[in-house]
Write a protein that binds this ligand. Structure first.
Ligand SMILES: Cc1cc2nc3c(=O)[nH]c(=O)nc-3n(C[C@H](O)[C@H](O)[C@H](O)COP(=O)(O)OP(=O)(O)OC[C@H]3O[C@@H](n4cnc5c(N)ncnc54)[C@H](O)[C@@H]3O)c2cc1C
Length: 478
């Protein structure tokens, strides 16, 4: 018997009741709520002129990994990191905390874009993941990292084939994946909607708030100077270096790394390659013993489904459920504003969660938030240099950057050094993706693509518009 479409078996009133009183803040960085001390404010850059060997712009994972790896390579190098707000309060402190070894937004995307290079990309991804984990130990970062693996689940008949294909492809590339039928999936996590899943044991989960905080502390212990509330407004070539301007203050640096994610900054050229897309997340209160008994999930696997518009969800170490994804909202003409963070997408997520787990009909959410994803047309970051090689950038992780930002930062450091490495020679690094068209065409294209992806999710048929984009090597998802 066909199932009721997801969410339609949950009334809007039930979702609204579940969301009543939810705090409009990322759970991960809601320190007060979590009973953790608020990180003390790092002083803004003082007016006047300064100098440093390396200036890093952006205090998310990319900027922090760049700072740490720069110091690891040369402890004597003076490194200053400038963050326009608070460290880790953008995407890096708002995400799902899934840590994937993939550098290519998953194997399928890597195979589609760089079939000749995929083995190298997979090896470099595995090395990066190992290095990422080793750094947690080196710097004593206690961020709840665990490795329960991930289940990619078919929720509908037409997702079944996708799950199977993903499994076959992963196996063909030597991944230790496992195919679970409905009974086997439901023995792990019980939803009447689960039809099939493939399990990848090498996906980790982390508390991104504690991770970003731990990385910032580690960088400071290595001697990096961090300034918050210090937005960089301009760059100017001065002799062999670059002047970084930040209001009334400036720093002359030998080199600059830019890791500004989805935000429009002084390097205008990035805007044609990245779109800021809002992704929404909910966190429940800790589940009761009865609720846990009903859904199982003893293995705490990370879960995702195989739709174009997919959900990602996890059982946290304190037994809450984080549930995010599905809608990906682009606001004309690439607007980013705190006023866009709360939306009807949260109501839809609430309905979807209860629809997947009817046993959670009475659940309540404690937090609702959104973050901006820096999306490129090929789902992987762009890398490059500007100002005659004095500045290198790494932006555009398209929603899969918790692990790969460490690699992206290493690429940017290599590019800045100007010495070819295995990383800088990758086609993934050298080639730029298809740029997005200018507004208002961009907005129309994003709307059309979203509708086409939703239609495919409903019907299982890939329409003409998506087939054209496929041929052009372009896609849009979270
Ligand atoms: C809701 C959500 C869920 C996600 N889930 C996952 C997941 O489960 N797994 C995964 O791998 N990835 C996930 N991601 C993606 C991941 O969070 C990002 O890829 C990663 O955090 C990017 O880090 P970043 O440092 O490049 O960017 P950001 O964290 O956005 O940091 C960029 C920083 O630059 C600063 N900045 C911008 N402009 C300036 C300026 N002019 N001067 C100074 N500072 C500036 C910003 O304030 C910001 O702090 C998710 C993202 C979101 C939004």
């Amino acid at each position: 018997m066909p199932q009721t479409p997801l969410g339609e078996d949950v009334t809007p009133a039930r979702a609204a009741a579940a969301l009543t009183g939810a705090r409009q803040h990322s759970y991960w960085t809601d320190w007060d709520y979590r009973g953790l001390p608020e990180p003390s404010l790092r002083a803004p850059l003082r007016p006047g002129a300064g100098r440093a060997d390396l200036v890093i712009v952006g205090g998310g994972f990319t900027g922090l990994w760049a700072a740490i790896q720069a110091k690891e390579a040369d402890p004597a190098r003076s490194v200053v990191l400038l963050e326009s707000g608070r460290v880790g309060e953008a995407a890096s402190g708002r995400n799902g905390g899934f840590v994937s070894p993939s550098l290519t937004h998953g194997l399928a995307q890597g195979l589609a874009c760089w079939p000749e290079e995929i083995d190298t990309l997979e090896r470099l991804g595995a090395e990066n993941y190992a290095g990422w984990k080793a750094s947690l130990t080196t710097y004593g970062i206690d961020c709840g990292f665990h490795e329960p693996g991930e289940l990619t689940i078919a929720l509908t008949e037409h997702q079944v084939e996708r799950v199977r294909e993903g499994y076959e492809s992963a196996r063909a590339h030597g991944h230790e994946v496992e195919l679970l039928d409905a009974t086997q999936v439901r023995a792990r996590v019980d939803s009447p909607r689960y039809l099939l899943a493939h399990r990848d044991p090498h996906i980790g989960l982390v508390d991104p708030g504690l991770l970003v905080r731990g990385l910032a502390d580690a960088a400071e212990r290595l001697g990096v100077v961090v300034h918050e509330h210090s937005p960089v407004t301009a760059f100017e070539t001065v002799g062999a270096g670059l002047r970084v301007t930040c209001g009334d203050a400036s720093i002359d640096a030998e080199g600059v790394i830019l890791g500004t994610g989805a935000f429009r900054g002084p390097l205008k050229r990035l805007a044609i390659y990245t779109l800021p897309v809002y992704d929404h997340v909910l966190m429940t209160e800790p589940l009761t013993a009865e609720q846990l008994a009903a859904i199982g999930w003893a293995g705490r696997e990370g879960l995702t489904d195989a739709g174009n518009q997919f959900h990602y969800y996890r059982r946290t170490l304190d037994d809450r459920v984080l549930f995010g994804g599905y809608d990906a909202n682009y606001h004309f003409p690439g607007r980013i504003s705190p006023t866009l963070e709360q939306s009807a997408s949260h109501d839809l997520l609430a309905r979807h969660l209860i629809s997947i787990f009817p046993a959670l009909a009475e659940v309540r959410f404690t937090h609702r938030w959104a973050g901006v994803i820096d999306t490129t047309s090929r789902f992987t970051p762009i890398f490059g240099t500007a100002f005659g090689g004095r500045l290198a950038y790494a932006v555009g992780y398209t929603g899969l950057g918790v692990g790969s930002t460490r690699f992206g930062a290493a690429v940017a450091l290599d590019l800045l050094a100007g010495v070819p490495t295995e990383r800088t020679e990758l086609a993934m690094v050298r080639e730029l993706p298809m740029p997005f068209p200018p507004e208002p065409i961009r907005y129309a294209v994003v709307r059309a693509t979203r509708s086409a992806l939703a239609a495919e999710d409903r019907t299982g048929r890939r329409g003409l518009w998506l087939k054209v984009l496929d041929r052009m090597g372009i896609g849009f998802d979270t």
